[in-house]
Each structure stands twice: as C-alpha cells, then as structure tokens.
Design a protein around this ligand. Structure first.
Ligand SMILES: O=C[C@H](O)[C@H](O)COP(=O)(O)O
Ligand SMILES: C=C(OP(=O)(O)O)C(=O)O
Length: 454
C-alpha cells in the first residue's frame, strides 16, 4: 500500500531558471562606439509599430508545417545583403518577379504547393569571417551590412552607427509596403505569368523556357475558368519576409507580446534564422530565438554533428511542433552527400518533424583570379542534386531551397551565360555573389523537373 501523502511525496528539484540572452556571449555583434546613442536608438525603436503581425507569423508556421510533413515546398530567396540605396520600386519588383516566376515553375512543373519567403525587408546585417578588412595597407572594420556601417572603405563610413538601425526599420517598412502592394494588388495574379516575363523572353534562354510553362498555366487557368472555377488564391500571392536575426538589440527592440496569446514574437519579420556563425548552443542567438514564437530557421554547415542538431531541436522546438523549426543545410557540393545523411537519420529517428531546406550558396564560395568572391553555378546545382539524392535515399522530404538571388542581370556567379571574365561587368553585391534571374529560373526548372514531379 502506498503510504505517502501529498506532504511526504518527494519533490522534483526546481528547474534552474534560464539565463537571459543578454547574459550570454553573442557572436558577431557590432562594436558600437557610443553606448548611450545605442540605448537612445533602441528605446525609440521599442516605441515603433511592429513591421508584421503575430497572426501572419502563425500562418507562415502552419505553411512550414506542411513543408515539414512533406506536403509543400519552401522557396526562400533574395539578396545576400539588402541595401538602403536599393529600396526603389524597380529593384523590389524585379526581386519579387524572380521569386514569383520560380514559384510558378515549381508549382506547375513540380506539382507541389510552394511557400514563398523572401530574404527581404530586414536582411541588412551580415556576419563576417574577419572583423576587419585591409586594402593597400589600410585596415578598417569589415562592412557588416547597412544596418551597422557603410560599404565605402573610409574610416568614417566603416564606423558602426546606431542611427542605421532606425534606417533599417524604415527601409524594411518601405519594402514590406511595396511587397504587400505588389502581391495583393494584382501584380501577383497568376494571369500575369506572361507579364512577369515580358522583358526577359526575348533576351534569355531560360525566359523562353519559362514562356512555355506560362502558356500551359494560361491554358489551365482558361480551362478552370470555363468550368466555372476562379479561386481567389489565383489572384494574389503570399510572400513572407525573413532575415537573419543577427543584431540581437534590434530584434529585441522589435519584439512584442501578442495580445491574443500573451506570447513574444519578433515582429521585424515573419521568419528569422540563426546563422552558421551564431548557432552556438550556449550563445545568445539560440537563447533569444528559443523565446520567440516566430518560425525559426537554423543554418547547418558541414561541421555540424548529429548531437548538436538534436540539441538545437531541444532548445528551439521543445514541443516538437512541425513548422517551428527549419534546418537550412549549407554544406557545399563536396560535403552534402556524405555529411547530411547522418543528421537526417538521427533527427528522423528522434521523431522531430523539422523542415529540411537546401542553401546551395554558402558552402560553395571561392575567390576568382580577378579577386571577386564568386560561386560556380554548377556547384550550386550539384549541391541541390546531392541534397535531393540524400532525402530520396532516406525516404525523407527535401523541403525546399534557400538561395541568394536578385532580379537584376548581374554577373556574380559563374555559369549559365556568365563566364569568369564577365565577373567585373555587373558585380553589384555588397557581400556574397547572387544568382541572376536567368540562373535562378534554371535552378527552379532543375528542381521542378528532376525532383518534384515524381
Ligand atoms: O553572407 C554570408 C556571410 O556574411 C559571408 O559569407 C561572410 O563573408 P566573408 O567571408 O567575406 O566575411
Ligand atoms: C551568412 C549567411 O549564411 P551562413 O550563416 O550560412 O553563412 C547568410 O545566409 O547570409
């Protein structure tokens, strides 16, 4: 017989209180020269309205749950580093156009629902391999993104300035406003599939290939219309905003408690991710992100171990909620086939349902003889292939791609119609090389035709 009463029952030791992220080491933070100016900026930012709504973050989490369950595909893409100078309607429309065209190819040729998330409206901060940059014997702080300092190589421009955090907020707000107008105001209507391509079809092979898909979509829409079906989903597109949650002071200043649920959301964007350089288990970024309710991404490089990845799930997805956590794998074409299987196997065996997404950019960077940082388009394609092969081999879902791209006709990655000698022609990125529109569409075709339509 059990003789213990409530008073005599052994009690579990109280769980140790979790540290505040501010008490933990935070990698890759700027050396702000004037702490008082930083404090004043942050308190102003705290009073600003949120950039997105908590309910929208929840919607995206539901869509990412479909990705994690194998029912949808994530297309995440945009600039390596957005710049304050590029908040014009043309640049944003071009980026959006590329995402929409890729989305159309993946949805139609791949027959799969596509969740579209931009690296947009907040991607202003960059982690760097080295804290300084030296040119002709002069050493200055590295450029850390427009949110921190200027790209120009002068002492004044490279000095971190917290005023820039307010400009990041304003640039993000202006960008989101345009994205919402374009996507909700008719531009993203599927009937526009040809219009998105008009400037492109004559000049590019991938534009011509796209035109065939666009004609088929048109025929399908006409058929549906003739049958009396005209679903509202065809007339607009949902494009969500995401960025790396790097500068924690900024992310915290934009964090608000949701009135509906009493939960904190980082309302600087719908989804935020933790980078390869800041995903330390005992670091501030993981702790900060573990406290917010947004869908979270974590970059996973070639050195990540299965135990580390499981520990990240414990920290960031305690409730094992599909859609909460997406692993963005960026191992490089040479590593993905041998390093990824052990991670996927262990996570699958643990029962956690995370999304697996391929970033074929960050593990494939090298310096060209001309001194430009570049990537071979063939390596990008090969890493994507390797990623799909691994998932096919294990019977798991290759859930998406995460790419650095632009709608402009840049020459930053070699391959397709861009040769090494072309790099200097239109090398416009502030940090890493991006796929141009033609390369981006080629990538979408490869994924749709080779892997999704099965
Ligand atoms: O975009 C990603 C990183 O910021 C980037 O790859 C680091 O670049 P770096 O090695 O030139 O510092
Ligand atoms: C810095 C980035 O990637 P990673 O953390 O994977 O290097 C990025 O995506 O901008």
């Amino acid at each position: 017989m059990n003789t213990q009463t409530a008073d005599t029952l052994p009690t579990l030791p109280a769980a140790a209180p979790r540290p505040h992220w501010r008490s933990l080491p935070a990698a890759q933070q700027p050396d702000w020269p004037d702490p008082e100016a930083l404090r004043a900026t942050l308190s102003e930012l705290e009073s600003y309205p949120p950039l997105v709504f908590a309910g929208e973050c929840d919607q995206l989490r539901d869509k990412l749950a479909a990705v994690a369950r194998g029912e949808a595909f994530l297309l995440q893409g945009g600039d390596c580093a957005e710049s304050f100078a590029a908040v014009g309607a043309d640049q944003i429309r071009n980026k959006l156009k590329t995402l929409l065209q890729m989305g159309a190819v993946l949805t139609y040729a791949g027959s799969v629902p596509v969740v579209k998330v931009g690296r947009i409206a907040g991607q202003y901060s960059k982690p760097r391999s080295k804290p300084t940059e030296t040119r002709d014997g002069v050493t200055l702080p590295a450029y850390r993104g427009d949110s921190v300092n200027g790209f120009e190589f002068t002492e004044e421009s490279r000095r971190p300035d917290p005023e820039r955090l307010k400009r990041m907020y304003q640039a993000s707000a202006a960008t989101l406003n345009l994205v919402r107008s374009f996507t909700g105001g008719g531009y993203a209507d599927l009937r526009q599939v040809h219009a998105w391509n008009q400037d492109f079809v004559k000049t590019s092979r991938s534009g011509q290939r796209y035109e065939t898909v666009a004609r088929e979509i048109d025929r399908a829409l006409n058929f549906m219309h003739a049958c009396g079906a005209d679903p509202a989903q065809m007339h607009s597109a949902e494009v969500y905003a995401s960025h790396e949650a790097l500068i924690l002071d900024y992310e915290a200043a934009l964090t608000r408690t949701d009135e509906r649920t009493g939960q904190p959301y980082d309302l600087s964007g719908h989804m935020v991710w933790i980078g390869e350089r800041t995903r330390q288990l005992d670091g501030a970024h993981v702790e900060f992100c573990s406290r917010i309710r947004n869908p979270i991404g974590v970059k996973i490089g070639p050195k990540a171990t299965p135990d580390e990845v499981l520990a990240l799930i414990d920290r960031l997805d305690e409730d094992r909620e599909p859609g909460r956590l997406t692993f963005i794998v960026r191992m490089g074409a040479g590593h993905v086939r041998d390093r990824l299987p052990a991670l996927v196997e262990k996570v699958t065996a643990s029962g956690a349902q995370v999304g697996w997404v391929c970033d074929p950019m960050h593990g494939n960077t090298f310096e060209a003889p001309s001194g430009h940082k570049t990537r071979r388009f063939d390596d990008v394609l090969d890493e994507v292939k390797g990623f799909f092969e691994v998932h096919q081999g294990l019977g798991t879902h290759a859930g998406g791609i995460h790419v650095e791209l632009t709608g402009d006709d840049v020459t930053e990655c070699v391959g397709g119609e861009v040769y090494a000698d072309d790099l200097r022609q239109r090398y416009e990125t502030f940090c890493d090389p991006r796929l141009n529109r033609s390369q981006s569409l080629d990538l979408a075709f490869l994924v749709a035709e080779t892997y999704l339509d099965r």
